[in-house]
Design a protein around this ligand. Structure first.
Ligand SMILES: [Zn+2]
Length: 172
């Protein structure tokens, strides 16, 4: 659950109280399928269960509200490999990420291409896109960005390849 801990008032300049921030509009997305190909062996794997995650997306400036995607997705089990994996949703966000690719790209562009300091980029995202990203998070993205894209190029990986980075470990 994403709590108000994300909304650090000191970086918003002008928004001083968490409760003053508008509530996000929730948009539901589904990435739940009865079967998916196993990323290891390619055999069709049944859905084991359905879970959900929340992703912060670029907001709705007209309505003056943030937008959160509630992504419902299936987890699958390959009995051949004994492997659990998630349905592919790499088009929306990186595994374990809390923001969509669109937010990350926008933030990184503001810093790398427009040369904004992290705090200013954070404020800009809030003011112009109604998405709240702590400046330290933006800094992490920018610092990780160069390395990640180099790695991805080196391995020739496509972001849409099913199952990539989607392994999950069983917690039973
Ligand atoms: Zn398999």
């Amino acid at each position: 659950m994403d709590g108000p801990g994300e909304y650090l008032p000191d970086v918003t300049e002008g928004v001083t109280r968490v409760e003053d921030l508008p509530k996000p509009r929730i948009i539901e997305r589904s990435r739940s399928y009865p079967r998916r190909p196993c990323p290891a062996c390619g055999r069709s794997a049944y859905r084991d269960r359905v879970v959900a995650r929340t992703l912060h997306d670029l907001g709705d400036l007209k309505a003056n509200r943030p937008i959160d995607l509630k992504v419902t997705y299936s987890q699958h089990y390959c009995s051949h490999c004994g492997l659990y994996f998630n349905a592919d949703m790499d088009d929306l966000a990186l595994p374990k990420a809390r923001y969509t690719h669109r937010v990350v790209s926008m933030a990184v562009r503001l810093v790398v291409e427009d040369g904004l300091p992290y705090r200013t980029a954070s404020w800009h995202l809030w003011r112009d896109h109604r998405v709240f990203v702590p400046f330290a998070t933006i800094q992490n993205w920018v610092e990780a960005g160069g390395k990640k894209s180099t790695r991805a190029r080196g391995h020739g990986l496509s972001r849409r390849r099913p199952g990539q980075l989607q392994r999950v470990h069983r917690r039973r």
